[in-house]
Ligand binder design. Structure first.
Ligand SMILES: *Cc1c(COP(=O)(O)O)cnc(C)c1O
Length: 373
């Protein structure tokens, strides 16, 4: 592989001394679950998101699920989700026992199209769950306006957007609550699974705290049937180190993205579109081409790592084709399906050197110009 899609080990190597010291500190503390490290991380990450509360949980899917539970959303309720997202967004809703109601994306940004949300609202709708896909915030103002008008909650799926801004404000504080993932490949990634709920709502914060810990506030006193989903001390301590680098690493992603946008502007690739009111954090750099599969094959041959995010939309996955309510079974989501057939993620990350982005660009230019595809 000449340019791997993502180099996670490089993240460890850059911070090796600090991370190794943290490992020693936590191991020697003799305390591994719900201790000082998670408390400190929760404060630091809430401050980073410019929000009041952060609750560390087991992963991003649980973060979304526990937010829904904290709001009492369950069987019989509907939650509006993007048709064009990673399946975890839908699974969180299903997990809670509620029904995901998909809405097509905007063709430019790939994020949920606010203009299509209102017709999807019914008497059972309880929340809207926009995703900040690929690190670019969804258009939150019209979403919040609709939610306000219909008395709905707004839950951000911020799993790909740590540090991104919408009209100057950080993700995590743009709705009622947000779910973050610290899966290793995310912009803020742990060395294992992890996640967090971020909110300005003291009620949601309190409920999620209880729900993540067996429904218990006081040991062995269980007020509700909760779950076991806690960010552990070691991962919290690692994340504290990585959080100090997040802005710098997001900046490096941005430089690579700007370079791609400049140098690929004259090709027939469709490039990411960034509205002026967002500051994305470039979790992924996704191009689009009608001959995507051919293009991917050529790039594979040249040793360039590419991936598709995501090849099968949730509504076409086996997980959901059998389960949708009968009136949706004939529904298809043509914009989402077209996107999934044409998108390709090219390498981007805080440890992708300029020499590598140059190789990516030169290879793409060659393949596209040669008319090989
Ligand atoms: C990664 C991701 C999740 C789930 O996070 P996990 O930590 O893997 O559970 C949810 N939504 C989106 C959009 C994601 O990218």
């Amino acid at each position: 592989m000449i340019v791997p899609f993502l180099d996670l080990k490089a993240a460890y190597l850059e911070l090796q001394q600090e991370l190794d010291a943290v490992y020693q500190r936590v191991m020697n503390s003799g305390w591994y679950i719900l201790g000082k490290e998670i408390e400190a991380f929760e404060q630091e990450f809430a401050a980073y998101c410019e929000a009041q509360y952060c609750i560390g949980v087991g992963n991003g899917l649980d973060a979304l699920h526990l937010i829904l539970r904290s709001l009492g959303i369950g069987p019989g309720d509907e939650v509006i989700v993007p048709a064009n997202t990673y399946i975890a967004t839908w699974l969180a809703v299903s997990y809670a026992g509620a029904t995901p109601v998909p809405v097509e994306p905007d063709e430019m940004t790939y994020n949920i199209n606010p203009d299509l949300i209102e017709v999807a609202i019914t008497e059972r709708t309880k929340a809207i769950l926009p995703v900040h896909l690929y690190g670019q915030p969804a258009d939150m103002d019209p979403i919040n306006d609709l939610a306000h008008h219909y008395g709905l909650k707004v839950i951000e799926d911020a799993a790909q957007a740590h540090g991104a801004r919408y009209k100057g404000r950080r993700t995590g504080g743009l709705g009622d609550a947000a779910g973050f993932s610290f899966y290793p490949g995310k912009n803020l990634g742990a060395f294992g699974d992890g996640g967090a709920v971020v909110t300005n709502d003291p009620y949601i914060a309190d409920q999620v705290r209880v729900l993540r810990n067996y429904g218990s506030r006081v040991k062995y006193y269980n007020e509700v049937q909760g779950f076991n989903s806690r960010l552990d001390e070691l991962q919290a301590a690692f994340l504290r180190v990585k959080l100090t680098k997040l802005d710098e690493w997001n900046e490096r992603r941005k430089l690579a993205a700007q370079y791609y946008l400049d140098r690929l502007s004259q090709t027939d690739l469709k490039l990411p579109y960034v509205p002026e009111w967002v500051t994305p954090v470039w979790h992924l750099f996704v191009v689009s081409h009608p001959q995507r599969d051919k293009l991917k094959n050529y790039l594979d041959k040249f040793g360039l790592g590419t991936l598709i995010h995501y090849p099968i939309p949730p509504h076409l996955s086996d997980a959901y084709t059998g389960g949708l309510e009968s009136n949706w079974k004939t529904n298809i989501y043509p914009i989402t399906e077209a996107i999934s057939n044409q998108i390709l993620s090219i390498p981007i990350g805080p440890h992708l050197e300029q020499t590598k982005t140059t190789i990516v660009v030169e290879t793409l230019l060659k393949v596209l110009k040669d008319d090989t595809i």
